[in-house]
Write a new protein. Structure first.
Length: 589
C-alpha cells in the first residue's frame, strides 16, 4: 500500500483549523481514545462514531483529517491521547483492509510532550461512495448520518473529465521538447503511412492531433512533449520511478531512477533500462529448432506503461512506480480502474481511458495498437508464453497495480500456442479469449467457468476435446499439448496413448482432486483408453512411485507421491538415454 503524499500538518496548524471549513474532525475521546469500529455499542448512530465511521465520512467528503487528542472547541487545546500508541502502522493497515480507504497515520507532540494522533484521509475517486456497515456516511454537525439520497445520486452520477484534454494555462510551444515533437511526427507518419506529415510545422502537427486548440496547448501536450524542466515544475506527478531490487523480499531498492522527460522520449529510455536486466529462456521445438521466450516481453511492458499514463489520475500527487526484480515486475499508477471496469470484467468491458485525448494520440502514433486494447495484448502475450496470468488483484479504488511474473510455468503450453498460431493466418489467429480459455482448461478449471461459445470454437479447431460422460464431462487440451509436455514422437490415434501421456492428465486431475479411485480414472478416459489399459498404466505409475495408494480392492485410493515431479524427470531421462546410463551417472540406484 503506497503512502499518501499530502503535506502533514503541525500541531500549531491544527489548533486553528475549523471542522467544517477545513474538513477536520477533532476528537478528545474518553480518556483520549475513541472506538475503532463501533465497539460494543448497539445503536447504529453510536456505532458510527468511531475511527472507521469518521474515516468513511471524511473520504466521502473529499478527504480530510481525523485528529485524536485535541479538544473540538475553537481555538483547539491539546489534551493528548494514548490511542494506538506503538501501533500506528497496524492502525493504517487495518483501516485499509477494513474499508479500502488509503490513509496516512502519524503522531505529533507538543512542547509538554502531549501526544496527538492524526489520520489523514484521501479523497474518494469520482463516482465512488464508501460505506461503514453498509451505510454511506456524511458528517452533519456533530453527527455521522446516512448520506442523503440527493448527495448519493449526485456522487454516483459524476463524470470524470478528461484531464489530458484540458488547456494547460501558460504553456507555450517554446516549453516543448523539439526532439519529442520529431519523434511524434515520425511515429505518426509511419503508422498512418503519411510521410508528408514529417514536413509539417510543429503548430500544424499539434493542431491536427488536437494537442493545441485555438492556440492553447493541452495537458496531453505537456505530458507527451514538454521539456523535462517544465514537467518538473507544472506536473511533477507525471514522473515514472523505476526501482530495481535483487529479490522480492527486499525492502530497500538497489537502484532508483526518476524519469521526468516527455513521454515520447521517456518510453524508449525506460524500456532500455528495463531491458538491461532482461534475459530469455530457450524452449526447444523438435531436435534442432529452439525459440527464445524473453523474461519480460517488450510489447507487454510497453502496453502496461502506456496504460499507466493514459489511465492514471493526474490530480493525485504520487508518481507511477515500477518495481523490477529478476523474475517479477510490479507497475503501480494512481487512480483506480475506469468507471465500469473491475477485476471480474477487465477483459470483457471496453476500457474508456481516463485521459482519452492522450490515449488517442498514442494510438494514432502507433505506441498502442488501438485505444483501450492494451489489457488484451498484455494477457494474450503473457499467457501465450506459458507464464502466470497478469495479476491485478492488488488494485483498489485509488491505484491500479499490475504484477507480471517472468517465470514460465508451462513450456509445453508456450510451444503448443506458438505452433498453433504459426499455422494460422493473421485474421484467423487465436484471440485473447480463446487463449484464456485454453489456459483455464490447462489448469483444470470447472467447465462451468468456461464460455460455451468459445469452447465450441476451440472444439471446431480441434484444440480441445471432451472426456467423460455428459454429466461429469470435462475438457482437456488436444493431444498435441500432451505430446509437447511429454516430449514424445508423433502418434496418430488417441488409443495409442502411453503411460507418460496418461499420467499428464492423471497428474492434473489429482492436483485438483487430491485422490481418486480406479473408477474415477476409467470415467476420466472414457472413450479413449480401455479399462484394462488404464489399470495397467496405474500399476506402472504405482511401481515407479509416481503414485501412492491406500486401502484395498474397490476401496483403494490413489494420490500423487511427494516427489512425483522429481521422479517424472528421471523417468523422462531414462526413456531418452536408458536406465543403465543413468545408473552409471549415479542419478538413480
Amino acid at each position: 500500500m503506497s503512502k499518501l503524499t499530502v503535506m502533514r500538518k503541525t500541531i500549531e496548524q491544527l489548533k486553528f483549523l475549523k471542522e467544517s471549513e477545513d474538513k477536520v474532525e477533532f476528537k478528545k475521546g474518553e480518556g483520549g481514545n475513541i472506538a475503532y469500529n463501533g465497539g460494543g455499542r448497539s445503536e447504529p448512530k453510536d456505532r458510527r462514531r468511531c475511527i472507521l465511521g469518521y474515516v468513511t465520512a471524511l473520504c466521502n467528503e473529499g478527504g480530510g483529517s481525523l485528529v485524536i487528542g485535541i479538544h473540538d472547541n475553537f481555538p483547539h487545546k491539546v489534551i493528548g491521547t494514548k490511542q494506538c500508541e506503538g501501533a500506528i502502522g497496524k492502525l493504517e493497515s487495518d483501516i485499509y483492509n477494513d474499508t479500502g480507504i488509503r490513509t496516512d497515520v502519524y503522531e505529533l507532540f507538543d512542547e509538554t510532550n502531549n501526544r496527538v494522533l492524526v489520520i489523514d484521509v484521501v479523497a474518494r475517486p469520482l463516482g465512488r461512495v464508501f460505506k461503514f456497515e453498509d451505510i454511506a456516511l456524511m458528517r452533519v454537525g456533530e453527527e455521522l448520518k446516512p448520506m442523503s439520497d440527493e448527495v448519493y445520486l449526485k456522487i454516483i452520477q459524476e463524470q470524470e473529465p478528461d484531464f489530458s484534454q484540458q488547456i494547460c494555462e501558460g504553456l507555450s510551444i517554446d516549453d516543448l521538447d523539439q526532439s519529442a515533437i520529431d519523434i511524434m511526427k515520425d511515429k505518426y507518419a509511419t503508422k498512418q503511412k503519411n510521410p508528408g506529415f514529417r514536413s509539417l510545422s510543429s503548430e500544424q502537427v499539434l493542431s491536427d492531433l488536437d494537442l493545441m486548440k485555438s492556440g492553447n496547448l493541452t495537458n496531453a501536450a505537456l505530458i507527451l512533449l514538454a521539456k523535462e524542466s517544465v514537467i518538473k515544475e507544472r506536473l511533477p506527478q507525471a514522473a515514472i520511478m523505476h526501482e530495481y531490487r535483487t529479490n522480492e523480499s527486499q525492502i530497500h531498492f538497489d537502484k532508483r531512477i526518476k524519469f521526468q522527460q516527455p513521454f515520447f522520449v521517456m518510453i524508449e529510455k525506460l524500456w532500455d533500462l528495463i531491458n538491461l536486466r532482461n534475459g530469455s529462456i530457450p524452449v526447444r521445438e523438435g531436435i534442432f529448432n529452439t525459440f527464445e521466450i524473453p523474461l519480460f516481453n517488450e510489447e507487454v511492458i510497453r502496453e502496461a506503461l502506456n496504460n499507466a499514463i493514459a489511465h492514471r489520475d493526474y490530480k493525485r500527487q504520487s508518481e507511477t512506480i515500477i518495481k523490477q526484480y529478476p523474475l517479477e515486475m510490479i507497475i503501480t499508477s494512481m487512480g483506480g480502474f475506469p468507471h465500469g471496469v473491475s477485476l471480474v470484467n477487465l477483459l470483457t468491458v471496453p476500457s474508456t481511458p481516463r485521459n482519452r485525448l492522450l490515449a488517442d494520440v498514442l494510438s494514432k502514433t502507433g505506441l498502442v495498437e488501438r485505444s483501450g486494447q492494451g489489457v488484451d495484448r498484455i494477457f494474450l502475450n503473457t499467457l501465450s508464453e506459458g507464464k502466470p496470468d497478469p495479476d491485478y488483484s492488488k488494485s483498489d479504488a485509488f491505484t491500479v497495480t499490475l504484477s507480471l511474473s517472468a517465470e514460465i510455468e508451462d513450456k509445453a503450453f508456450a510451444l503448443f500456442i506458438k505452433t498453433v498460431q504459426d499455422s494460422l493466418s493473421d485474421e484467423n489467429k487465436l484471440s485473447v479469449f480463446e487463449i484464456v480459455t485454453l489456459n483455464k482448461i490447462r489448469k483444470g478449471v470447472d467447465k462451468s467457468e468456461l464460455d460455451k461459445l468459445i469452447v465450441e470454437k476451440l472444439k471446431e479447431r480441434v484444440l480441445i476435446e471432451s472426456i467423460g460422460k455428459t454429466k461429469g464431462q470435462t475438457y482437456i487440451l488436444s493431444k498435441d499439448y500432451y505430446e509437447f509436455a511429454d516430449k514424445k514422437v508423433e502418434y496418430s490415434k488417441l488409443t495409442d496413448w502411453d503411460a507418460n501421456q496418461a499420467f499428464s492428465i492423471i497428474q492434473m486431475y489429482l492436483e485438483k482432486h487430491h485422490k481418486a479411485k480406479m473408477g474415477d480414472f476409467v470415467k476420466l478416459f472414457e472413450g479413449h483408453i480401455t479399462r484394462r489399459k488404464i489399470k495397467y498404466f496405474i500399476a506402472k505409475m504405482d511401481e515407479a512411485k509416481l503414485l501412492n495408494s491406500t486401502g484395498t480392492g474397490s476401496g483403494t485410493y490413489y494420490f500423487l507421491s511427494d516427489d512425483y515431479r522429481e521422479r517424472r524427470i528421471i523417468i523422462d531421462k531414462a526413456m531418452k538415454i536408458g536406465f543403465e546410463e543413468l545408473k552409471k551417472r549415479g542419478e538413480i540406484n
